[in-house]
Design a protein around this ligand. Structure first.
Ligand SMILES: Nc1ncnc2c1ncn2[C@@H]1O[C@H](COP(=O)(O)OP(=O)(O)OP(=O)(O)O)[C@@H](O)[C@H]1O
Ligand SMILES: Cc1ncc(COP(=O)(O)O)c(N)n1
Length: 325
């Protein structure tokens, strides 16, 4: 009997569809393929979107979200999950129901998508609480950008000194009794995620403080991504150590889908057996290169990232089998 080739790991993305193909499910499946894992998907919302704008959002019925996850989990051996756009509190609750169908050991990477690069709101104001309470405690890694991190850290539970540091030690019910007086005011979701005007040092200190605050909400590891900073440094906090992942900033790159790509590569690397910090390094490297190589000519707005090296392949000789006719 010939040796069977090693089995290709399966990753599941639970996210919104971007009709323009730059972000969401479409970006996630490309990132999974780039990493050599098989991608399955459960769609939470359909967006009518291109590089310029989001012109419509249709939530998928909650039962249909759960049914998609159930169909995948029933048959495919899911090695890691990536969660992106949730949209509404109802969709978030459905995703939480779907997550309960997974083996508790399956790593879950959460990209808390709030606002599209083109400016549209992708998470209802009221859904932040559902995200924090139902999804973050199940997260192995959460990957907010700086504006998203401010929203999560401003959530009432984050400033509570009695908030938990691990879900096992501090079940959610404990945090329900947090005193009002110890809570920070919740930050509103900004209309668009704009770069900050702070110094690099101030941004670094803020990212670290936010990572620590978000860690108290329950995820095992927090990665505050650096795409909205003067220096594109990702800040990782695993509950013990802060790691800064540096890389060149590609100011003239095309970054639509950078966060989706980053979180999906991270999930794929966990599925391939890496630990969270090495997986975050690989995610940073691949997302940064995908921004650098981003497809500036595709659409009139922010071009989609190119994680598959599509542009570099143009003009390359076709493989022999492609020339059959
Ligand atoms: N201009 C850039 N140059 C280099 N790396 C970048 C750039 N923009 C983003 N990145 C990297 O891409 C990854 C995603 O970061 P980013 O902060 O853009 O996520 P995001 O804002 O959630 O993305 P999105 O807007 O697609 O949701 C991070 O590893 C970040 O460092
Ligand atoms: C369906 C969907 N999911 C996520 C994003 C965020 O990506 P970006 O901030 O690059 O627009 C998006 N625009 N659309």
């Amino acid at each position: 009997m010939p040796d069977l080739p090693p089995r290709v790991p399966v990753c599941l993305t639970i996210a919104g569809s971007d009709s323009g193909g730059g972000a969401g499910i479409q970006a996630d499946l490309k990132a999974f393929a780039a990493c050599g894992v098989h991608g399955a998907s459960a769609i939470t919302a359909i967006t009518a979107q291109n590089t310029l704008a989001v012109t419509g959002v249709w939530p998928v019925p909650p039962d249909a979200i759960v049914a998609q996850i159930a169909a995948v989990v029933d048959d495919l051996d899911v090695a890691a999950v990536k969660i992106g756009m949730l949209g509404s509190a109802e969709s978030t609750a459905a995703v939480a129901r779907g997550l309960a169908l997974l083996d508790p050991g399956v790593p879950v990477v959460v990209d808390p998508v709030m606002v599209a690069e083109s400016g549209a709101r992708l998470l209802d104001e009221g859904a932040v609480t559902a995200l924090v309470e139902l999804i973050l405690p199940r997260a192995t890694v959460v990957t907010p950008n700086l504006p998203e991190a401010r929203v999560l850290a401003g959530h009432p539970r984050a400033g509570d000194p009695r908030a938990d540091h691990s879900h096992a030690d501090h079940p959610r019910a404990d945090r329900e009794g947090a005193e009002e007086g110890t809570r920070r005011p919740a930050a509103a979701i900004p209309a668009a995620a704009t770069p900050t005007a702070a110094t690099p040092e101030a941004e670094a200190a803020e990212a670290e403080e936010l990572a620590r605050a978000i860690h108290r909400l329950g995820p095992s590891v927090v990665v505050v991504t650096g795409g909205h900073r003067t220096e594109a440094i990702d800040t990782v906090f695993d509950g013990t150590t802060v790691t800064r992942i540096r890389g060149e900033r590609h100011a003239d790159g095309a970054a639509h889908g950078s966060g989706c790509t980053h979180a999906s590569v991270l999930a794929a690397q966990l599925a391939l057996g890496l630990g969270p910090v090495p997986a975050a390094r690989e995610a940073k490297a691949r997302a940064s290169a995908a921004v650098r190589d981003g497809l500036r000519g595709v659409g009139a707005g922010a071009g989609p990232v190119d994680v598959l090296g599509l542009a570099a392949r143009r003009g390359a000789p076709a493989r022999p089998g492609d020339l059959a006719s």
